[in-house]
Structure formats: structure tokens, C-alpha cells
Design a protein around this ligand. Structure first.
Ligand SMILES: [Zn+2]
Length: 287
């Protein structure tokens, strides 16, 4: 059964480790992440962006697939199904479809409007026992054209949003979505420490986990980060393993064209990547 991310993240915050949020794109992705979490006795968060939601034929399809897998694969570790960077409407649609957790990303709204909309969703998710992630200050990305540094949130605004009663808070600390530029300035630990000081026990979320050096990840966890989002990295290893299979001509040998064989190297690559991240984040054996 899907669970809210609240308990697993509060435990992570208290135990100074982080729970991995891994974005899913299809059945292979989901199965690889769930099996690895079960093998390692780790709690896990399955992330779904609105784009991936459309790709997978809608939120209800995803809820059906994930719930089916939890049962058929006999998954016993805590699993949350979470909307990633949701709009206000998207969050409501996921709640209705049966997600156990949603993110409302109001970071592009003026802070007053972000607060207003987040407040409404706090009331709704509280009533249903679901978890809610909010975001303050845009996190940088490839599309914004600013190279070298991600955006950094205002710690006072973080406190304003945290005080609304959200479950977890994403705040820009110089992190970036996608691949990091060569001249990236690194994470702003001063900002993180300041946010942590003002928000206390609130689990903090680090987006854009791909390409942040391991020592920075560990330091971020020590400063209060309890959820780390990983997306691009799984895509890269999946593509690499699939390309290798085809370049080696394995699809041309026997029944190598069978999708169950063709997609298997990518599936195994995701499993290995998820294992590596769970070990780094310290969530192994915490389920
Ligand atoms: Zn993100």
C-alpha cells in the first residue's frame, strides 16, 4: 500500500540520512526502483512529473500500475507515489487519482500567491493524510540561460512556507536540474544552514541531484536535507546501457530484438544506479 512521505522523511531527518526520490517513466523504471528498494530495505519515493504523467497515459494509469506492482512484487518497504513539480491543478488531479504525496511548485508565483495556494493544499492533503512538498525560489535549470550558478532561495521566505504546515520544503541552494555546467559554483551551504536554522525539523528537499559531487551530497544531508531527487542520472545510464546493447549488435542475434531482452540492460543499469544512490544517501536498512 502506498504511504505518505511524512513519516519516512521525519525519520530520515532525525536519523541524518536522506530518502531518494526517483522519477519514473515507464514499467521498467518503476519495477527497477521498487525491487532495489525492497532488496536494500530502503524507503523510497517514486516521482512523477506532469509530463511523465501524460506520457504514461495519465495519473490513474500510474496509480494502477504502482499499486499492482506493490502487491505482485510483494513490496513491504514504505513507498510514496509523489507528483514532482506539480501545478495547483495537477496536484488536485493526483490527489483524486490516488497519489500518496504531491509537490505544489509555486516558486514562480509571487510569494503571497505561493503562500495562498500552498495553504489551500495543506488543508486538503492534511485532511486526507497525504504529504505535501512546497517550493521556494526557483531552482536553476538549463532553460533559464544562466550558467554557473543555480538560484538561491530567501531563508525568510522558506520559513513563511514551512510555517504553513507543509511536509517538506524544496529551496534553491545553487542546485540545477539536468547536467551541471563545468563552471558550476557549487551548493550554497551558508544558505542551506540558514534555512535549516529557521525551519527546524522540517525535512528539506534537494532537487537536481544529478552531478552533485558525493561529498556535497553528504554535507547537504548533514545540514538537514532529507529527500534528494534523482532523475537525469537514471535516464543517462538507461540510454547508455541500451545503446551499448544495440551497438554490439545484440538485438540482431537470436531473439535479441524481444523488448524483454532489449530493455533489460537499461533496467539493470537503473537498478545499479538506484542502489548506488541509496547507499550514498544512507537509507539502506532504514525501512
Ligand atoms: Zn526538481
Amino acid at each position: 500500500m502506498l504511504v505518505s512521505a511524512k513519516e519516512m522523511l521525519q525519520k530520515a531527518k532525525a536519523g541524518k540520512y536522506a530518502v531518494g526520490h526517483f522519477n519514473i517513466n515507464n514499467l521498467e523504471w518503476t519495477k527497477a526502483i521498487l525491487l532495489t528498494a525492497e532488496e536494500l530495505r530502503s524507503p523510497v519515493i517514486l516521482g512523477v512529473s506532469e509530463g511523465a504523467g501524460k506520457y504514461m497515459c495519465g495519473y490513474k494509469t500510474i496509480v494502477g500500475m504502482v499499486n499492482g506492482m506493490l502487491e505482485e512484487l510483494k513490496i513491504t518497504v514504505p513507498v510514496a507515489l509523489h507528483l514532482d513539480h506539480g501545478s495547483y491543478e495537477g496536484a488536485k488531479a493526483c490527489i483524486e487519482a490516488g497519489f500518496s504525496s504531491v509537490m505544489f511548485d509555486g516558486s514562480h508565483y509571487p510569494i503571497e500567491e505561493n503562500i495562498e495556494k500552498t495553504k489551500e493544499l495543506v488543508a486538503l492533503t492534511d485532511k486526507l493524510g497525504l504529504s505535501l512538498e512546497a517550493e521556494v525560489g526557483a531552482i536553476g535549470g538549463e532553460e533559464d540561460g544562466v550558467i554557473g550558478a543555480g538560484e538561491v532561495a530567501d531563508p525568510k521566505e522558506c520559513k513563511m512556507i514551512a510555517d504553513l504546515g507543509v511536509t517538506m520544503l524544496a529551496a534553491g541552494i545553487g542546485n540545477i536540474h539536468g547536467k551541471y555546467p563545468a563552471n558550476w559554483a557549487g551548493l550554497s551551504f551558508d544558505t542551506l544552514a540558514e534555512i535549516q536554522k529557521l525551519t527546524g525539523t522540517m525535512p528539506l528537499v534537494l532537487h537536481g541531484g544529478t552531478g552533485i559531487p558525493d561529498d556535497m551530497i553528504k554535507k547537504a544531508i548533514s545540514l538537514g536535507v532529507s529527500k534528494i531527487n534523482v532523475n537525469t542520472e537514471c535516464q543517462l545510464v538507461f540510454a547508455e546501457a541500451t545503446r551499448k546493447y544495440i551497438e554490439e549488435g545484440k538485438d540482431l542475434v537470436g531473439k535479441g530484438f524481444d523488448p524483454r531482452k532489449l530493455l533489460n540492460p537499461g533496467f539493470e543499469a537503473i537498478k545499479a544506479k538506484v542502489r548506488e544512490k541509496m547507499e550514498l544517501f544512507g537509507s539502506v536498512g532504514k525501512a
